[in-house]
Design a protein around this ligand. Structure first.
Ligand code: G3P
Ligand code: CA
Length: 330
């Protein structure tokens, strides 16, 4: 009797794992279609039914969490036209030098490069019509928006906030993680079963979130390359077997760059991939873009590689509708 019961549980777990579909994480909202992290991009992403919507978080001068990918403002807003005198000696405009009220007065546009050209040329071009409905959102605005859409639509789409540059914020006298934790608590989301993943590139901060600040929600350690100077973390170490073991003590998974998982020439998984799997770490790579696919690959072959062959547990994508549609065919 007990053996039959256990066999049933085992088979059911196996089936669940075999049928599990990768989590769809709307990267910066539906950023393939609308300016990243704006409320319209969040609303559009929500309607596409991903599992999670991502928020990159930085602080304003008055200590409010705002949803922005960079500590700088110049690549996605009109700050240089509006506040020309406020740039620092390095020529950049920093979100932390502006109050929330000032940040709210900026217009957000598609990401531009140093030549002021749109990075993804074919994406949203509404700036041509002088549209004025893309603004910087606070973390709390996005939280409330997603919770309300969940209620009105009868779904449960989660949030996937990233603490950006904690060391930079500390040097500026602000503790971004403490402010973040207060927001999670305020909205009842600091729970192990909350539909939340918290992410950070800085391993010291990942550890601090779990061990000092009392984070109970699932946690992902992001992985970069040392050459990117993303944080003070040593990514060569973090990608090694002892580094992954350290991560597994405090985090539920890793967020690697897609090329860190697979050799695109022979499609062989990397040691990082196999070691992370062996440790039971979830693997949520970034960033799948329909308009910037790995060299020599099309959408179908990329999906087959990531989902059918590697079987990653989740994916950050600028095009959540396309991944949701792919999942529906599986
Ligand atoms: O957080 C996952 C992915 O978004 C990491 O890259 O630079 O887009 O924040 P980034
Ligand atoms: Ca991110």
């Amino acid at each position: 009797m007990i053996r039959t019961l256990l066999t049933g549980i085992l088979l059911s777990t196996l089936c669940t794992n075999l049928l599990a579909k990768p989590l769809v994480i709307a990267h910066r909202g539906a950023s393939g279609y609308l300016p990243e992290h704006t409320l319209p991009a969040v609303i559009l992403a929500h309607g596409m039914n991903p599992d999670y919507i991502e928020q990159d978080l930085v602080l304003s001068k008055d200590g409010v969490l705002v949803v922005l990918h960079d500590i700088h403002l110049d690549t996605v807003t009109d700050v240089a036209e509006r506040f020309a005198q406020r740039k620092r000696a390095d020529g950049r405009f920093y979100a932390i030098d502006f109050t929330l009220e000032e940040l709210k007065s900026l217009r957000v546009h598609e990401r531009r490069n140093e030549q002021n050209q749109q990075v993804f040329a074919l994406r949203y071009q509404g700036h041509k019509t002088n549209a004025d409905f893309f603004r910087i959102a606070t973390f709390e605005e996005q939280l409330i928006l997603i919770q309300e859409l969940n209620r009105s639509r009868g779904v449960n789409i989660g949030i996937y906030p990233e603490i950006k540059s904690p060391a930079f914020h500390r040097a500026a006298g602000q503790d971004i993680s403490k402010i973040f934790m207060a927001q999670l608590e305020k909205h009842g989301l600091n729970k192990a079963d909350a539909k939340v993943y918290v992410q950070c590139f800085d391993f010291a901060e990942t550890r601090r979130l779990r061990q000092e600040l009392g984070l109970k929600a699932p946690l992902i350690q992001l992985l970069a390359e040392n050459s990117w100077q993303e944080s003070g973390s040593d990514y060569d170490y973090l990608k090694s077997p002892p580094g992954l073991q350290e991560i597994a003590k405090v985090a539920d998974g890793i967020g690697p760059w897609i090329p860190q998982l697979v050799n695109f020439d022979n499609k062989a998984p990397t040691t990082l991939f196999t070691q992370a799997k062996a440790l039971g770490l979830q693997i949520h790579p970034y960033t799948l873009r329909a308009d910037q696919l790995p060299q020599g690959m099309d959408w179908q072959s990329t999906m087959a590689l990531l989902f059918d062959w590697l079987k990653v547990d989740g994916i950050f994508t600028d095009f959540p509708d396309k991944v949701v549609a792919y999942n529906a065919t599986q």
